[in-house]
Design a protein around this ligand. Sequence first.
Ligand code: Q9C
Ligand code: ZN
Length: 342
Amino acid sequence: MLTVYSEKHKLRDAKTEIFGGELVAPFECPRRAEVILDRITATGLGEVTAPRDYGLDPVLAVHDAGYVGFLESCYADWVADGHKGEAIAMCWPTRSMNSPYIPNNIEGKLGYYALAAETTISDGTWEAALASKDVALTATDHVLAGNPAAFGLCRPPGHHAAADQFGGYCFLNNAAIAAQHALDKGARRVAVLDVDFHHGNGTQSIFYERDDVFFLSIHGDPMEAFPHFLGHADETGKGRGAGYTANYPLPPLADYARWKAALLDAIGKIQAYTPDLLVVSLGVDTFENDPISFFKLAQDDFADCGRCIGAMTIPTVYVMEGGYAIEDIGIVTVNMLSAHDA
Ligand code: Q9C
Ligand code: ZN
């Protein structure tokens, strides 16, 4: 399988994450992409190619213009405001203070545009996020050009990013940008299958009222896991989109037998939808040794999953999402991708 990769992911190198009440070194770090790339090279998965620059149009087809402007200047605005650490949200427009105003002040803006506090905006974050969406778009164009499948080694990840919110280590929603790009290039229907441990709240919210993108996600039950407030089984779409969202929340310690039952159900729905393109939000934080997740998938289970997805024979773009068991994410990611082709 062809891989698209950009060195620019290294520009996203935050020093801090809030975790368990402490400031820690971020789980979502540059080494993640290096480990996966090394495994791709070592196993001879296929050619590795650079992305092209698509500019902002495909971003603005999915994201709010005010949000994009915020991301672009956030770090500079934060520094100009006299702060020494990385930009971080601390105050939100919550249920008890709903207001249509977007603050001028950068601290206020951060609260307005953030959906979680763990993710800082550091110097270089915007440039890395731009390169990450170019990786997803380039992989998509390779598939639209006739490649049966391609892998966008995206970093930073994207599936938690909503039309106008960042968080959960995500800034631009690479999977949503790729899906919308395919539609704009003539695809009639796109399915997004999100296998990251965490619910893809951003992707779901972007397409919730649409029938041209079918979003399906298998994830830790939001009653127990981040992002906590979306991803329940009764969220199935709205308006035209009714029936075009499917959620499979699973309990703590779910193993592959349980996970695969959800996958096979999702595959049945995808096949009935007859999409022109499948986008897989490929998080590998379902792995049993992941430090922040609670599923129990073993290394070989990823190969079985890749086989099941590949057997659909739908043109498929994989975009990298989460996965934090640094020593193993190269192995499990490539297990999945190589089995797709087999
Ligand atoms: N106690 C992705 O995998 N914090 N994002 C979790 C756990 C946020 C994960 C806290 C996790 C975000 C792309
Ligand atoms: Zn995740």
